[in-house]
Design a protein around this ligand. Structure first.
Ligand SMILES: Cc1cc2nc3c(=O)[nH]c(=O)nc-3n(C[C@H](O)[C@H](O)[C@H](O)COP(=O)(O)OP(=O)(O)OC[C@H]3O[C@@H](n4cnc5c(N)ncnc54)[C@H](O)[C@@H]3O)c2cc1C
Length: 380
C-alpha cells in the first residue's frame, strides 16, 4: 500500500518509520525547504521512548539525551520542594527511560533512520495545499501546482493543520490566557548546582527547566497569564526585560538560569486551545498528532501522543483489510487515551494556580500516562 504522510514533524516521522518497518511504501511531504533547528528541548516520557526503542532509535537517542536523576517541583519564590520524581528510576518502573533531548537531536535521529530504511521517502519543500479522496485513492495538491495520489493520506501537519481545517471545519482556535517563553542556556555559563531538572510554579506561572544534549545545554519554558491576545508561533523573539520582569519574584536559581539565554534571546508566543474533534478521518484521509488532538504543553505529552498514534495507526493498518476500517479502529483505540491525557494536561495547568502548598500536586501520579504501552496494548 502507498501511503502519503503530510508533515515531517515528530508524528509524521514516527509514522514514516513505523509504516516503512511494517512493509508499506511511504512518502513524507514536508513544507520546509530544509529541516529547521528550532533551538528547543523536548521531554520524552516512557510511553514515548518505549515506541522509539521499538522503532530502533534507542541507541541514537542515548548518545545525546539526558535522563535526570530526579525532577523537583518547587515553590516559585521560596524554592521549597513540593514534589520530587525520581526520574532515573522510571526505566525500571515503566520499562522505558525518561529522556530529555534537544529537538534537533531527536529529528536528526529520526531522519537518519528513515533515510536508511526508506531512501528518498522524505520530500522537503513540498507544501500540501489541499487533499481529497474517492473510493479508491487519496489525492494531494501542492502549493507549486503539482499533484500526487496515494492509497491513503496521514495528515500530521501539526497544530495549525490545513487538512483538519479543510475536512472538518472546526471552530476557530481561542486564546487560553497563557503566554509562553522559551530559551536555551549554555550550561558552561551556569554554576554547577543549577545543572538540574526543576519546575518552579505558583500564582498561575511556571518555569520548567532541564538539561539536554549531554548536559551541554539547559532548556527552559516559562508560562504566565496574560489578558491580551498574543501571536501563535514558536519563533517570535521577545523583549528580555519584559520577560525577566514577569518572573522577577521567582527564586534566585530560576532567575539566574532564565537571565542567561543563548545570544540573549528568548521567544514568546500565545497558547491557543482548540475544540475536541470527534472524527479524525474522512474517506482515505486520517489525522494524526497535533492535527487530530492538539494539547497544551503542561504535561509534556503532545509529541508522546503523536508517537503513540503512529504505532497504533500502523498496527491498525496491518490488522484491517481497508484504510477506512483501519482508521475506524485507530480512532476507537486512540480517542479515550488521548482524551484522558488532554484532560490531565488541563488539570495540571490548574494546579499551578494560587499559592503552592504541600497538597498542590497531590494525586499527580505520572504513572497513569507513562505505563501506557502503545506497542502491545490491545486495539479497539
Ligand atoms: C512549548 C512547547 C513544549 C512542548 N514540550 C513537549 C514535551 O516536552 N514533550 C512532548 O511530548 N510534547 C511537547 N510539546 C508538544 C509537541 O511539540 C507536539 O505535540 C508535537 O510536536 C506534535 O507533533 P506533530 O508531528 O503532530 O506536529 P509538528 O511536530 O508540529 O509537525 C508538523 C509538521 O508539518 C509540517 N506542515 C504543516 N503544514 C504542512 C503542509 N500544508 N504541507 C506539508 N507540511 C506541512 C510542519 O512544517 C511540521 O514540520 C510541546 C509543545 C510546546 C508548544
Amino acid at each position: 500500500m502507498k501511503i502519503a504522510i503530510i508533515g515531517g514533524g515528530i508524528g509524521g516521522l514516527a509514522s514514516a518509520l513505523a509504516m516503512t518497518q511494517a512493509g508499506f511504501s511511504v512518502t513524507v511531504y514536508e513544507r520546509s525547504k530544509a529541516l529547521i533547528d528550532l533551538g528547543a528541548g523536548i521531554t520524552l516520557a516512557p510511553n514515548a521512548t518505549r515506541v522509539l526503542y521499538h522503532l530502533g532509535l534507542g541507541d541514537e537517542l542515548e548518545k545525546t539525551s539526558v535522563t535526570p536523576p530526579k525532577t523537583e517541583y518547587r515553590h516559585y519564590h521560596s524554592a521549597e520542594v513540593i514534589m520530587r520524581l525520581m526520574t532515573k528510576d522510571f526505566k525500571q518502573l515503566y520499562g522505558a527511560p525518561y529522556m530529555r533531548l534537544h529537538r534537533w537531536d531527536l529529528q536528526e535521529a529520526m531522519v537518519k533512520l528513515l533515510n536508511q530504511e526508506a531512501p528518498g521517502a522524505l520530500r522537503l519543500g513540498a507544501e500540501v495545499q489541499s487533499v481529497h479522496s474517492d473510493s479508491n485513492q487519496a489525492h494531494l495538491k501542492f502549493a507549486d501546482g503539482s499533484v500526487s495520489s496515494a492509497d491513503m493520506v496521514v495528515a500530521s501537519d501539526g497544530i495549525r493543520s490545513t487538512v483538519r481545517d479543510q475536512l472538518f471545519k472546526p471552530a476557530p482556535a481561542t486564546f487560553t490566557g497563557f503566554v509562553a517563553w522559551r530559551g536555551l542556556v549554555d550550561t558552561s555559563l551556569l554554576p554547577r548546582h543549577l545543572h538540574e531538572s526543576v519546575v518552579a510554579f505558583g500564582q498561575g506561572r511556571h518555569i520548567n527547566r532541564y538539561l539536554v544534549r549531554r548536559g551541554e545545554l539547559l532548556n527552559f519554558i516559562a508560562i504566565a497569564h496574560r489578558s491580551q491576545w498574543e501571536a501563535e508561533g514558536w519563533t517570535i523573539p521577545a523583549p528580555m526585560d519584559e520577560f525577566l520582569e514577569e518572573f522577577s519574584n521567582f527564586d534566585e536559581g530560576t532567575r539566574t538560569v532564565i537571565s542567561r539565554p543563548a545570544k540573549g534571546q528568548v521567544f514568546k508566543w500565545g497558547l491557543f486551545g482548540r475544540p475536541w474533534l470527534n472524527q479524525w478521518h474522512s474517506g482515505r484521509i486520517v489525522l494524526l498528532g497535533d492535527a487530530a488532538h492538539p494539547m497544551l504543553p503542561f504535561l509534556g505529552q503532545g509529541a508522546a501522543n503523536a508517537i503513540e498514534d503512529a504505532i497504533i495507526l500502523t498496527r491498525c493498518l496491518k490488522s484491517e483489510s481497508t484504510p477506512e476500517k483501519a482508521f475506524d479502529l485507530y480512532q476507537r483505540s486512540r480517542a479515550p487515551r488521548v482524551k484522558t491525557t488532554t484532560e490531565h494536561t488541563e488539570r495540571r495547568g490548574e494546579r499551578y494556580l494560587g499559592e503552592p502548598t504541600a497538597d498542590s500536586l497531590k494525586g499527580e501520579d505520572p504513572g497513569v500516562q507513562y505505563a501506557y504501552d502503545a506497542v502491545n496494548t490491545p486495539l479497539g
